[in-house]
Design a protein around this ligand. Structure first.
Ligand SMILES: *Cc1c(COP(=O)(O)O)cnc(C)c1O
Length: 442
């Protein structure tokens, strides 16, 4: 058997303009020191907690190089121990950074692991984070239940109104944190304008003291929005959702500039929120390569479903970035674009049912969801999103139950609001189930 081609270089995909990102998303860079691309078609699953080091000298070199990328960048890695780095995670990180248009990515065991890590390396005791009022429930819990113990102050404000941000920034503000679209109400925040304000502040600050913008891009996925291109410093994702895509594995990632890679790796090593190798492999093999295909289908369905809901007499309002009636429609059209520049308003819908009083709106919403839980084939009452199946849930009593009832409004959460995460079913079938469930309410 000829081995002449053993070291044949893989097809060079560094020329990004030659192929579309829809294709790149399947191949990634196709070149990696972490894996011999010239023989495997699918990346092998690597499941080794520890690695043979050949000699004490090589072991010492490995430890020296770990989290020292500025001195050792580019050389083939010396793997030591899973918690420090291993091939599956490293390959996934290369492809995630590439797709999100960032310099580097570091994965974590969950989205919450990623959020804790990026804020962990940026903010210390006595410093402040300014956050949008509406956020994922566990992020609110992290900020309200844990950060006070560490003397980190989180100031919430409505970042859809930029004057609020300017008012809140002090010399201690280190980070601006938000989701766009926000979970669950789909508020959309102007990333370019936030960048402009941060630049004005940073002009008078030392580089080490710069205000950093962190965006949780979980709802959009990189297919629908690349916040780093719009001015964010860091993007975080729950890989458990749209990128993972099949509801089988948890994961998280921080994507940003190379100069933060070492700190993120050290934080991950010492706090220990390491993505497991088999999940990294599943997300690398199944999730990331299909995110574009799934999102495309989900966007087309979400648009039909949102239009159906909007026209339904029992619905009071529908928040979906793709609806012309949505108050952030124009901003969404600027920010939420697929790799070819087409409007890509995502797969998440938030809506509320009508009622004579606020209490009746809420009870109608709950009746509707309970009916769907019992009777709908294409809607499952469950948290999470970006799944193959359409998931429906009640944020006020589930994902956002950390928010007490009297604070819901301040946090942008409608007590009766319904969150719908579109899956891969046919739009007409979801609509049939929605119609049935709406009809169940008198
Ligand atoms: C689910 C979610 C998270 C947390 O991700 P996990 O993987 O569950 O830890 C963070 N942000 C948003 C917007 C989410 O929807």
């Amino acid at each position: 058997m000829s081995t002449d081609n053993k070291n044949k270089p893989p097809v060079n995909t560094d020329d990004d303009s030659k192929y579309s990102m829809d294709t790149h998303i399947i191949y990634g860079k196709n070149v990696s020191a972490k894996w011999d691309y010239s023989h495997h078609v699918t990346a092998p699953i690597s499941s080794s907690t520890t690695f043979r080091l050949d000699s004490v000298d090589r072991g010492a070199q490995g430890f020296q190089r770990f989290a020292n990328t500025k001195d050792f960048g580019g050389e083939a890695p010396i793997f030591i121990y899973d918690r420090l780095g291993e091939p599956n995670k490293d390959m996934l990180e290369e492809n995630l950074a590439y797709v999100e248009k960032g310099e580097t990515a570091v994965t974590f065991t969950t989205g919450m692991g990623a959020i804790s890590a990026v804020l962990g390396i940026l903010v210390s005791t006595g410093e402040e984070i300014i956050a949008h009022s509406t956020l994922y429930g566990c992020t609110i819990s992290l900020f309200n239940n844990w950060y006070p113990r560490y003397g980190i102050n989180v100031l919430y404000t409505d970042l859809t109104k930029l004057e609020n941000l300017k008012e809140k920034i002090t010399v201690n503000t280190k980070a601006i944190y938000f989701e766009s679209p926000a979970n669950p109400n789909l508020d959309i925040i102007d990333i370019k304008k936030i960048r402009k304000i941060a630049d004005e502040i940073n002009a008078d600050r030392e580089e080490t003291d710069h205000l950093q913008i962190i965006i949780d891009n979980t709802f959009a996925t990189p297919y629908c929005q690349r916040p780093l291109e719009l001015g964010a410093d860091f993007v975080v994702h729950s890989l458990t959702k749209g990128i993972g895509g099949f509801g089988t594995d948890m994961g998280g990632v921080v994507i940003g500039k190379n100069k933060y890679r070492d700190l993120l790796l050290l934080f991950r090593k010492d706090f220990g929120a390491v993505l497991n190798t088999k999940s990294a492999w599943a997300i690398l093999t199944y999730g990331l390569p299909t995110v574009g295909l799934r999102q495309k289908q989900q966007i087309s369905t979400a648009l039909k479903v949102a239009k159906f809901l909007e026209a339904h007499p029992k619905i009071s309002y529908v928040n979906y970035p793709g609806l012309e009636s949505y108050k952030y429609y124009n901003l969404a059209k600027e920010q939420m674009l697929d790799f070819e520049g087409n409007f890509a308003p995502g797969s998440m819908i938030y809506f509320s049912l009508k009622g004579n009083t606020a209490a009746e709106c809420k009870s109608n919403g709950i009746k509707f969801m309970d009916y769907a839980a019992d009777n709908a084939y294409t809607m499952t009452l469950a948290v999470s999103l970006g799944h193959t199946r359409t998931l429906i849930e009640h944020p006020a009593s589930m994902t956002h139950s950390v928010v007490p009832p009297e604070k819901l409004e301040e946090k942008g959460i409608d007590p009766g609001g319904v969150r719908l995460a579109i899956g891969l079913e046919k739009a007409e079938d979801i609509i049939r189930d929605l119609e049935d469930s709406l009809n169940s309410i008198l």
